[in-house]
Each structure stands twice: as C-alpha cells, then as structure tokens.
Design a protein around this ligand. Structure first.
Ligand code: FPP
Length: 267
C-alpha cells in the first residue's frame, strides 16, 4: 500500500484518495454573526481558509479541487456584500498566485464569465496563463456559477453545432454533453463537501455530481480546518461506491473502469 506520505491522521492508500473534491463553502455569514461582526468579516476569514485547504489538497495528492465561491443566485445579495466577495477573490488571486505557482497549482474558473468585471476577467486570464505549465493540483473556482445555467449553455452550444451540420442530433451522447460543460476535461467529483449544516446541492455541479459521495458537516466554512478536511476524507474512505451496480459487482470494478465506461479520461 503506497501511503499518501503527508499528514493524514489515518492510513489511506494513495489510490483511494478522491481525484476530484468539490466544496460548497457555506456559513461565513453565520460565523460572523456568532462573533457579533458584519457578514463580510466572515467572508474575510473564509478566504483565509481557502489558502489552507488549497495547500492541503495539493499535499495530499488530490488532482482537482473545485470551490463554490459565488453562485448565479449570489448576484442578488446586497450590493456591498457582492462587492466585498469580488474584492476578496481579486485580492486572493493577486496575492496568492506566486504562492500557488510555488505549490505547482494550476488554475481554472467555471461559470458565466460574461458577468465578471473586465478587471477580474483579466486577472483570471493572467493567473490561468501564469500557472498553465504547472503539473499539480487544479484549483477550479466556481464563480457566477449555476449548474442549470451551465447545462443550458452547453445545450445551446450543441444545438448550434447541430444547426450548422457539424454533428447529428442522433450523435448527442453523455460524453458530448460533458465535453460542452465548463468542466470539460476534468474528472467528475468523487466527493462533494458542504459546510454549515445545510444538506442541499444548491445548483452546484448538477450533472457532474451524479455519482459523487456527499459529506455534510455542521462546521462553518471559516472553521473548516485541515483537520476537518481529513475527517471528510476518512468518511469518504469508509464508503462503498457502487455506481449503480450491486455491492459484489462494485467491489470488482475500480473507479477507473467506471470512468472509461462513462467516456471520461483521467486528467
Ligand atoms: C457562503 O456563506 C459563502 C459565500 C457566498 C462566499 C464564499 C467566498 C469566499 C470564501 C471568499 C473568497 C473565495 C476565494 C475563492 C478566495 P454565506 O454568506 O452564505 O453564509 P451564511 O449561510 O451563514 O449566511
């Protein structure tokens, strides 16, 4: 058994590590309220946690970490709060990209980029390019993201190809749909973590999370430490993933075999 070689407080073989972990970072507002501070105080501490969790994911050999930073619906929040979250994301990218580079991290964003400010779009493009040759963790930030909107965009793109005669309607497959989603080329999430005690998917990776394991914790995002992350992985390791098969069948089929059936390739 090859161990993960880092600080996991329980033995877990490297091959059992989820390739893609996706996180719904929830509870910043309630965390601030508990401390008698404004909501934006919680977002600031939330951004600090992002640093720690990204570094740890890379050290544990996770291939993709998707963070739900801002949903389509979040645009409806008070304008000041939207401004602070956008500022925090810009500040994070400006301040952290050298460090992300040192950690061999690649960078990607999913969501409706047409709603970003030109400055944020430029910063995202620059960061992606700067980190493009790295080979470690892919940090995938969901920004202005909604699963239904993503599927709608993909459907339109496919319909346009059919209208132009580039593909036949009959050729549309799950693989083709996946290739038109914002996550094209990434493996589906194996584990989705949501903090703050809410047990909802909230329009996150609706297509991609079809066979993900879900881990809900009452811990609020600003308190979601490496230790809490490790607890989620330990729980994931105890699950039997069946992919719709019987228990006996699933034990003889690896997750990699299943990916081939689904037409996915390792990243
Ligand atoms: C959910 O908590 C959190 C958000 C909508 C924003 C998440 C943003 C960050 C952590 C900032 C930085 C992100 C990056 C990638 C650097 P909530 O406000 O819904 O909390 P509540 O449910 O307690 O009100």
């Amino acid at each position: 058994m090859s161990s993960t070689g880092s600080s996991l407080p329980f033995p877990m073989p490297r091959e059992a590590m989820p390739r893609h972990v996706a996180m719904i970072m929830d509870g910043n507002g309630r965390w601030a309220k508990l401390k008698g501070r404004p909501r934006v105080f919680g977002h600031r501490y939330g951004a600090e946690r992002v640093r720690e969790i990204v570094e740890q994911a890379g050290q544990w050999g996770i291939s993709v970490l998707t963070l739900y930073a801002f949903s389509d619906e979040n645009w409806g929040r008070p304008i000041d709060e939207v401004g602070v979250i956008m500022h925090l994301i810009e500040h994070y990218l400006r301040k952290e990209r050298q460090e992300l580079n040192r950690q061999n991290v690649r960078f990607r964003v999913i969501g409706d980029s047409s709603r970003f400010s030109p400055a944020l779009r430029k910063l995202i493009d620059e960061t992606r390019e700067m980190l493009a040759d790295n080979t470690g963790l892919i940090l995938n930030v969901a920004l202005s993201y909604g699963g239904r909107a993503e599927i709608t965009r993909a459907t339109k793109a496919i319909a346009e190809k059919v209208a132009r005669g580039e593909i036949l309607a009959d050729d549309i497959s799950q693989k083709i749909i996946a290739e038109h989603l914002d996550t094209a080329g990434l493996p589906d999430p194996d584990l989705v973590i949501r903090t703050s005690g809410e047990s909802r998917i909230s329009n996150f990776l609706l297509w991609q999370a079809a066979y993900a394991e879900f881990y809900f914790t009452p811990v609020l995002w600003p308190d979601f430490s490496r230790h809490e992350f490790a607890k989620a992985l330990e729980d994931f390791y105890s699950r039997e993933r069946r992919f719709g098969l019987t228990g006996a069948q699933a034990r003889s089929v690896t997750a990699a075999d299943f990916l081939v059936v689904q037409g996915q390739t390792p990243c």
